[in-house]
Design a protein around this ligand. Sequence first.
Ligand SMILES: C[S@@+](CC[C@H](N)C(=O)[O-])C[C@H]1O[C@@H](n2cnc3c(N)ncnc32)[C@H](O)[C@@H]1O
Length: 346
Amino acid sequence: MPQIGGNKERIGGCATGCHRNGGYFSGISALEGQPMEKATETGRHDLRSSAWFRDQRDFWWNDDFIALLAERWRLDEAHSLADIGCGLGHWARLLFPFLGPDARLTGVDREVTWLARAREVFLDAYPAAVAAGRVEFDQGDVNSLALPADTFDVVTCQTLLMHLDKPERGLAEMFRIAKSGGLVVCVEPSNLFNMMSFDSCTSEQSTEDLVRNFEFWLRFQRGRIALGKGDISIGERLPGMFAEIGSTDINVYLRDKAFPVYPPYSGPEQEATLEPIKAWESSDTGPWNYAQLARYFLAGEGTAPMLESQLAAMRAEGERQFNAVSEKRYSCGGGAVVYIVSGRKP
Ligand SMILES: C[S@@+](CC[C@H](N)C(=O)[O-])C[C@H]1O[C@@H](n2cnc3c(N)ncnc32)[C@H](O)[C@@H]1O
């Protein structure tokens, strides 16, 4: 069960696979990828959101599922891969060993801080490839990549398009730098759905509360889009976007990884899921904060009275869930809808 929050108001979404209707444990995946770009009062990008890159992200994929995807995509025939919005390189690090011999990796991100750490991660994981100059990380914006057209066998991103005001433009750039016949792969969630998943405490909530929760997160999502901060459910739109761009050989898969949480909450994955909750609580960090939550909800035409009553309900629900964990009666399946959409450049 997931975390959530970590801001002053202790409201928020969890960061991993767990979602809960409102409250602290709600949609981790809802925040899967939510603001690395955490808006601050000053409008700068808040790199304290490094909380997002904790261990939990290391558990996002089953190894054998990655191997299956690599086989479906014939990654062994690829000799170059660009990971756009690469962050610390979690996604590229998984795909890299499946590429053909002597393959080159280019990671691109807007934030130099992530790039420096991604270089360290790759040096540790693939020292020979780094020493051979086959791995590079460059600062760049997906809206206008400083990379030549028709260059890469594979161009990919994981939880990037969900942050863009104009995701079609970012996707078009990704297709531009792919070779003809090259593969483009996007991994993006459907987080409104993920926010609504149930757990062992859901039956204690009234139907009215659950319906209000849905309205709250729907307005949050719509407000976020209206403010140009991206669509947290963009996974649903990806197949249409690939078709619109003229991609061939479009395939749509779902990530098969779940993040179940159940007593006694032991093991590295459950610990990685629960740990950020404690950290966010004590450090005033986390996926999102009260000000941001309010901004998106109100921009989604939510009213101030509903905001206040919903936040109060979410706090109370969060406390109930925390108590359920303490009493070892909290559990959830921890599934999340995350689409993997791939297609070829004609
Ligand atoms: C949620 S993180 C995902 C990081 C990485 N792909 C992963 O899955 O771990 C989103 C990343 O996109 C980057 N980003 C956001 N907007 C971007 C843009 N316009 N151009 C390039 N990178 C961007 C952020 O800096 C951040 O590293």
